[in-house]
Write a protein that binds this ligand. Structure first.
Ligand SMILES: Cc1cc2nc3c(=O)[nH]c(=O)nc-3n(C[C@H](O)[C@H](O)[C@H](O)COP(=O)(O)OP(=O)(O)OC[C@H]3O[C@@H](n4cnc5c(N)ncnc54)[C@H](O)[C@@H]3O)c2cc1C
Length: 461
């Protein structure tokens, strides 16, 4: 008799590994197939010349106080991940040739007095809104909500930046309630940080928990097909062999799951059309630079070049049109200042990430990143050992979904009750990722999807 599992999971990103840890710790017999040779999807890390490089993620919003920590708590290992908070030094801003710690005053220094009080009103409202007040705002674009308070372009620009950093969306499409809830949680928890060992430590920890509870995790093991018979998911095919299970959960791209792995013929036409029309969050190009010595003690620096309103708008237009705009702003992260063990002793690793769009020539983007790093750290070139670039095309190759940052975008037509659900029209076929259910930012969206689905599956079994 072939071995049969309670659940098979397709994909070992945060959604897949977190769900696997919760189900295995809950007593389920579990099999997880991951196509890559390393676990973690967009939250994976890999080794190069003694450095630990993250594929994507640089900062975690709520760390142990959020869903990523909750997975460990529910799996009975509350301290399994060691977090380093993004304070001391606090996040800095590089502007006008100077790097300074970010302060509230910095946010308001360019605003007229009237606008300062408007901004205070917006933040106060965000902090106080009840669920009843928030509910209608799921389907209102953030831009419209802000315009209800003020027409100040500097305030809109500030929210454009925050919405870009956290939801990877522009405010004309982003859901107000999703943005408000996510930012409010961040401001209340004051607990953003990064795990010791690099981003990949999180999925690796979940993998360890799965295996500790007798589950099987197979790397370099692509799922070729999801087996569906009589309208029910029965298992998956890996290496030409069927792995049978009572249910299949896909952590892979929702479009690939429905259209390729399962096959559109198994779903109602409206569902297929809905899946085909889903839109993703935005894209990031990241340059990762290994240095022969430490050149900064900052953990994170927002690089905001001194540009006029018109110049900033021109840069935004060029990015949306797929051009590489010299002088664009971005985020600098220094993972080795969270955990020096991510590099050989005395060496340093610096990332620069910038918003972009997929499928283009990447050399000009590398130059933009390097020029920004040279402005912030004038001596950097003398210390560069090597550089690696991660473009959206690399992310697509690694984790699918056109290489976007988050997954299905948290736009007004794709949040809350309009978000793809864990359940699909095929019986016993579920989705679990930053693309189905859940709430929050990036990895925490994927982990909250896993927490919600684990509750449903464990209470049903
Ligand atoms: C550059 C970048 C920066 C980011 N920065 C942050 C940040 O600072 N903070 C934050 O919280 N989030 C950040 N994110 C977002 C975050 O990484 C993602 O939202 C989250 O990791 C998505 O997890 P997931 O489980 O939904 O999907 P994924 O990570 O995409 O995992 C899906 C997995 O399924 C596997 N798979 C696909 N098809 C198959 C198949 N046929 N068989 C087997 N396996 C398969 C893939 O290989 C992958 O491992 C960033 C992402 C990127 C790209």
């Amino acid at each position: 008799m072939p071995e049969k599992f309670d659940t098979v999971i397709v994909g070992g990103g945060i959604g897949g590994t977190a769900l696997g840890a919760l189900l295995a710790a809950g007593g389920q017999k579990l099999f997880l197939s991951e196509k890559n040779s390393i676990i973690g999807g967009r939250c994976a890390s890999y080794q190069k010349d003694g450095f630990t490089i993250d594929v994507g993620v640089h900062l975690f919003g709520l760390t142990d106080k959020g869903p990523l920590g909750e997975v460990c708590r529910r799996a009975g290992e509350p301290d399994a991940i060691e977090w380093v908070l993004a304070r001391n030094p606090r996040v800095a801003v590089h502007r006008g040739g100077q790097t300074r710690p970010f302060t509230r005053e910095m946010m308001t220094s360019e605003l007229e007095e009237k606008s300062v009080s408007r901004l205070a009103e917006i933040f106060a409202k965000m902090g106080q809104m009840t669920t009843d007040e928030l509910n209608p705002l799921w389907y209102v674009p953030l831009k419209n909500w802000i315009e209800g308070f003020t027409s100040d372009r500097n305030i809109m620009r500030m929210f454009t930046m925050l919405c870009g950093i956290y939801l990877c969306l522009t405010p004309d499409v982003a859901s107000t309630a999703e943005f408000v809830l996510s930012l409010r949680e961040l401001l209340q928890a004051r607990n953003s940080g990064y795990p010791k060992g690099g981003s990949g430590v999180i999925p690796l920890t979940y993998q360890r928990i799965i295996e500790k509870h007798g589950g099987t995790v197979r790397l370099s093991c692509p799922t070729e097909r999801i087996v569906i018979e009589d309208g029910r998911a029965k298992g998956i095919v890996v290496g030409g062999k069927v792995i049978e299970a009572d249910r299949v959960v896909s952590n892979a791209d929702i479009k690939a799951t429905v259209l390729e792995l399962a096959g559109a013929e198994h779903f109602p036409r409206e569902y297929v059309e809905r899946v085909q029309n889903l839109t993703y969050a935005a894209h990031v190009f990241a340059l990762k630079v290994a240095l022969d010595e430490m050149i900064t003690d900052q953990k994170m620096i927002m690089y905001t070049p001194d540009l006029t309103e018109e110049e900033l708008e021109e840069i935004e237009r060029q990015i949306l049109e797929g051009q590489a705009p010299p002088g664009a702003g971005g985020m600098i992260c220094v993972p080795t200042n969270f955990d020096p063990a991510l590099a050989p002793p005395g060496k340093q690793l610096i990332f620069f990430g910038i918003g972009t769009s997929p499928h283009q020539e990447w050399e000009p983007w590398e130059k933009i990143c390097l020029d920004a790093l040279k402005e912030v750290f004038p001596s950097i070139e003398e210390h560069i050992l090597w550089k690696v670039a991660h473009s959206p095309d690399d992310i697509e190759h690694f984790a699918g979904e056109e290489g976007n940052v988050i997954g299905v975008g948290q736009t007004i037509d794709q949040v809350h009750e309009r978000r793809p659900t864990h359940e699909t029209p095929v019986k016993n076929l579920y989705l679990c990722s930053a693309e189905a259910g859940g709430h929050g930012i990036g990895t925490e969206l994927a982990a909250s999807s896993a927490l919600e689905l684990a509750d449903k599956l464990l209470s049903a079994s």
